[in-house]
Design a protein around this ligand. Sequence first.
Ligand SMILES: Cc1ncc(COP(=O)(O)O)c(C=O)c1O
Length: 398
Amino acid sequence: MNTSSQNYNYYKNIFKNTPMPFAFVDMDLFNKNIQDIIKRASGKKIRIASKSIRCVELIKKILSSNSIFRGVMCYHPLEAVYLSENGLDNLLIAYPFYNEQQIVAVCNEIKKGKLIIAMLDLPVHAEQLNHIAEKENCVLPICMDIDMSSDFGSLHFGVRRSKISTTEQALKLVHQIKKLKNLRLTGVMGYEAQIAGVGDLTGNFVKSFIIIILKKRSIKEIIARRANIVNTIHAQGYQLEFVNGGGTGSMESTLKESCITEIAVGSGFYAPTLFDNYSNFQHQPATAYAIEITRHPKEDIYTCFGGGYIASGAIEKSKLPKPYLPEGAKLIDTEGAGEVQTPIVYKGTEKLIVGDPIFMRHAKAGELCERFNSLYLVSDGKIVGQTKTYRGDGKCFV
Ligand SMILES: Cc1ncc(COP(=O)(O)O)c(C=O)c1O
């Protein structure tokens, strides 16, 4: 995956005086990913999925790079408030929240003239948001989350999030929202996780074939369902300001839906390992972290300090970080990536010694930022900056 110039010695040399562990973003690759994502969007607007960035400076960098980027998809109400305080606007909170203090904090930003949109899919969300907004003398913009999973007989192809998957269910919630004076329905969101979050290059022909067939069938099904729901809401007199869908992995299919006005994209900018396995795109491994070889228990085995940053989700090998450079470095199956020690098997041509780095890639994009206070920014063979992650800002939203 690494370009020929960005090899082990390229990064080793850049960081020769930097204590490990540390995380970094290769801004040359990051910028290439931005440009490639712009191309993939074919003119459709992109909302930045902040959970896959978790760094204010880099979110701002993407937003200012091209007018195709419009707004942020946040994951927590207090994160939206934090980004708003940092000068950002048009903040969609993608997951429903219920806590009164958090709703009040959002209302306070809205009263300052900021656009922050709350998510809902249950009557109880609507009641609570309306109740608090009324007390705060505020009208809350809201977005309805539509379940975009496909049910094929007994196979549920997708995730379990929203209760709303049919036009009838959406209409029922719309009727309830209509009666609530302190809510304003401005958008619809539907995340087709089974298309966007499932790579089709599995390394197993039969598995890949099944995924490709299921994805094709699912795309066909969701195009019709999403359009029907959006048209029905329009017919109720709502001028929706946006219809959000997709993710990094589904840009090509999501943008073809005429009812979609914007795609949410986050992971493609850092491009972690779970996004290596898609036939529709290939982004650059812009983000990695370095761990130090501190022991050498056996020829070809180099044990490093730290490194065990496992990604969330169903437990499986793909959630482990991957040794990235030097090329050919591998984890040991029986140990994986450890809490304080990670043995690496390496039989290649680099002469590794104690004190050298092993560069690793995380399986997911934003979670790496929960492990480091800052990210080094590198370009053209040198460190060009250092920027704080949310964690470095003292913010832990999830
Ligand atoms: C609601 C929603 N939209 C979009 C995305 C896509 O984000 P990414 O581009 O980081 O895969 C996600 C990821 O989980 C999501 O939860």
